[in-house]
Design a protein around this ligand. Sequence first.
Ligand SMILES: Nc1nc2c(ncn2[C@@H]2O[C@H](COP(=O)(O)O[C@H]3[C@@H](O)[C@H](n4cnc5c(=O)[nH]c(N)nc54)O[C@@H]3COP(=O)(O)O)[C@@H](O)[C@H]2O)c(=O)[nH]1
Length: 606
Amino acid sequence: MSQTYEVQSVALALAFALRFSVSARGEERLFYRNAAVFTISYAVFSIIGYVAEDHGFPSGSLMDLCWTVPFTLLSLLAMQPSLATYPQSRPSQLLNSSGLHGICAFGLATMSLTASGLLARHRPLFGGWVVFVAFCLLAARTIARELQLHRVHTQLEDFALRDPLTGLANRTALERALVGRDEVENRNSDRQTVVLFIDLDRFKLINDGFGHHFGDLVLKEVSNLLRLATREQDLIARQGGDEFVVLLDRIDLAGAQEVADRIGTMIRKPIQIAGKTVHLSASVGLASRGFGEGGETLLEDADCAMYNAKSLGRDRIELFTPELLIKAKSAHTLHTDLREALADGQITVHYQPIYGCESAEIKGFEALVRWRHPKRGYISPGDFIPIAEETGLIVELGQYVLRIACAQCHAWNVQFGRELAISVNVSARQFADRGFIRTVTETLEASGLRPQLLKLEITETVLLGGYGGIGEMLSELRSAGIKIALDDFGTGYSSLSYLMNFPFDILKIDRSFVSHIHHDFRRSETVRKIVELAAILGMRTIAEGVETAEELACVRDLGCDFVQGYLLSRPLAPEAVSALLSLEIKAAQSPSSKPVHSGHFTALAS
Ligand SMILES: Nc1nc2c(ncn2[C@@H]2O[C@H](COP(=O)(O)O[C@H]3[C@@H](O)[C@H](n4cnc5c(=O)[nH]c(N)nc54)O[C@@H]3COP(=O)(O)O)[C@@H](O)[C@H]2O)c(=O)[nH]1
């Protein structure tokens, strides 16, 4: 019976050696080598013992000590430096380093117990103490190691679930928490998990203006405010960038709105950071399963509501509704269709004439994009331009309009022997495109139009957009001869400072000042002052949105240089513009034509 151990050991050693020879992977080789060393040592020990001690040896003899040799060897192998790089992630791994440490401990324990067994035979009391102390040391070592492992594991897990900048939960932790709550949530209860999706408004301006380090300080401060505004049981996460998510636990709608209001108020208060005062605001989306069936996750719903808050002017709280999701899906469809429309030639450009107030002649046109959808019919630019801006498609769309408009204007100038100008709207996103200036100059060159006849119309959002070096870009365009017009002038909130800081050639006085100007003293005085200011600064003015003869008379009397509006002409297709220009030539040549000063503008019958 005792011989079967040796036979077994030899067989095992052979099996390991065989497996070792065919195995290619490092970690397997290591395992089989260790196992083989153990088996061979054990077999050698057994054979020696069997032969040397006449087919057996008494327990407690010196041979017993040799019994521990394989364990000792295995323990030493476990400590070899190559194990430091032993891969840990494979679940199929048979022996991980923790297992090998266990074997080490076991080997050492066996050795010390055998040694103390021998001692106990000769000096019983001393032997007993040695056994006890050895056992205690081993137990203490094992417990300490387990505690250390546990601590490292907890630290690693914490690290993986925390945002390193703010110390808040990160996206992974948030998703885990959301899945957990969605599973246990009772959807009929009026106290549910509510998600607040918070996005700081125009945070890019802070980063670009004061640097990323300062931006980080602001984000930390916002995290602290969120901690103050919420309860202990709520989860606050940083979703990335300037986006934060608060998971409000078991709360009703009124309570959730209260928290959202509190967050909005706290963020709105001026914050002192590194000696600077920062004014912030946030757009907040609020969603809960209780507010109707929504998208895939609560997070998407809250994100959708937050986008709605942004599109409604920022610095506000919006509740998710299923209609919003429909709107978002329709915007997505519109974006896909717009991409196809650009490729399919569904996009055209119409031109609204701009007249000189003094001469009553057409001086140029504003190029306005038009989209006739094959199924949905005419889609207003007011509907698709914001989507194109959001998705970045405006860069391609804007380039398209610029190319068509410049080429068309040049063709008219050649055909009618005129010096007509073309105004093209440019969005903030186009200015963010590094190649924008080159695109403009190359397009102009290809069209043959003189740069002085191109007017780029920008709105305050371009200046607010936070794209670095906007002033330099405008100056560069102007030094190429291109004119810059500030559109919708007067509707923003700090336009006067822009007049000082940015180079403009033209101010377009917004329709809201022109409408009913003839019987509104405040409006007429405002326009008078704008015209005076523009004259001082060497700029010219266009009154836009003129719809009645009275409005026209008024803006002319106030000294506006140019005028544009439905009274004179709606935006026209290119063929209609050609007809209008022919008509204007005929009218000028006609002996019955009255002096321009009497207000006879040439327009097509509408
Ligand atoms: N970035 C780009 N934006 C563009 C482009 N083409 C148009 N747009 C912008 O879309 C908004 C809506 O444009 P649209 O529906 O074409 O309206 C223009 C005019 O038709 C309208 N208008 C002109 N006169 C009158 C008027 O007497 N009354 C009245 N109610 N509306 C009038 O105003 C719009 C032009 O406004 P503005 O640009 O401020 O001069 C609009 O914001 C366009 O800018 C494009 O190619 N790129």
